[in-house]
Design a protein around this ligand. Structure first.
Ligand code: 2P0
Length: 322
């Protein structure tokens, strides 16, 4: 009747950017991510037979029912799978800067899927939990698992799920988020990717790029080659952002500080310090590197950006029950 789950956000190293089914959230391509330790969401789902609709509070604020479409999609699926029609009280606490391109929706919908499934008595394998989380938000599919995770694009609901590649990392891949701006973004990922699929003349090429990047990334992970992982992730991110620029109307998630951080990391690379950048649907820059270089990289980034805005993140676990 009541369950609480914790799920962590993830950073995509090979990006998901475009759907071929808006209802079921079936993606155009595979994607691959690293689940992150410090950013997570705790969600409690409690069935209440006296309620006439689901109730949701996020970080202590009641959410307007008109803004609960994605949550309802997940809850309605849980009701259909469990053949129960009661509504629930949902309470969610984020430990993620919201709408900052740090994918709070990934941890939020992974935690909702896990807590909701348990509260309604569903005993789902994690693969099926990932299919359930997918209905709320694409990136949430991957946050069911820890470490390095692949989301298989699949061809239908059954075959589009996430799977761990390496749940416990036994090499030093780590990330620093440079929080250049944590205010809400202007173009949602959902709207941005839809516009891109529809209007970018480069979209067909992107699908080919991802296929190549996926197989190169899997090989680099197998070799535990952080420089190859970082290089592929950086190129993949640049190509994703080239899609937004090539949409009609074109747009970008970058702001001035994003470019400043990219140049700084280019300079560090040129000076022989191995670090790479990636950006999601927001201006923040995430730096990938080997953890043995952490203090040097933190120091160099701290020369340019406020050290308070630098957050170190190592690999995090998959969804857990509290
Ligand atoms: C990713 N992003 O792979 C990509 C890269 C942002 C850039 O998934 O519409 O919130 O809910 O499926 O998952 C962010 O988009 O979008 C995202 P929906 P989502 O992480």
């Amino acid at each position: 009747m009541k369950a609480t789950a914790r799920a962590h956000t993830n950073i995509a190293l090979v990006k998901y950017w475009g759907k071929r089914d808006q209802e079921l959230i079936l993606p155009q391509t595979d994607s691959l991510s690293l689940t992150l330790d410090p950013f997570y969401t705790d969600t409690t789902v409690e069935i209440d037979p006296t309620l006439a609709a689901d109730q949701l509070s996020i970080d202590g604020n009641q959410v307007d029912p008109s803004k609960m479409g994605k949550v309802e999609r997940v809850m309605d699926t849980i009701r259909s799978w469990s053949q129960q029609n009661h509504f629930a009280r949902i309470t969610s606490t984020n430990h993620v800067p919201m709408s900052a391109g740090l994918a709070s929706s990934a941890s939020a919908f992974a935690a909702l899927a896990a807590a909701g499934a348990k509260a309604y008595g569903l005993q789902l394998a994690r693969r099926d939990l990932s299919r359930l989380a997918r209905r709320g938000s694409g990136s949430a599919t991957r946050s069911i698992f820890g470490g390095l995770v692949q989301w298989h694009r699949g061809h239908d609901d059954q075959s589009s799920y996430a799977e761990p590649i390496m749940e416990k990392l036994d090499f030093g891949l780590e990330m620093i988020a440079i929080l250049v701006d944590t205010s809400a973004k202007k173009v949602s990922s959902r709207g941005g990717m839809q516009l891109t699929v529809k209007t970018s003349p480069f979209y067909k090429a992107w699908k080919e790029v991802v296929q190549t990047d996926m197989s190169n990334m899997l090989a680099a992970i197998k070799d535990k080659n952080i420089n190859a992982i970082g290089h592929i992730a950086q190129e993949n991110a640049l190509r994703m952002h080239a899609l937004t620029l090539s949409a009609d109307p074109g747009f970008t998630y970058f702001d001035g500080d994003t470019i400043k951080a990219m140049h700084l990391i280019d300079d560090l690379q040129a000076a022989g310090i191995n670090c790479y950048y990636t950006m999601d649907a927001g201006p923040n820059v995430k730096v990938l590197y080997d953890r043995r270089d952490r203090s040097l990289i933190l120091q160099r980034l701290g020369d340019v950006f406020n050290p308070d805005r630098l957050v170190v993140a190592s690999a995090g676990p998959g969804v857990t029950y509290l």
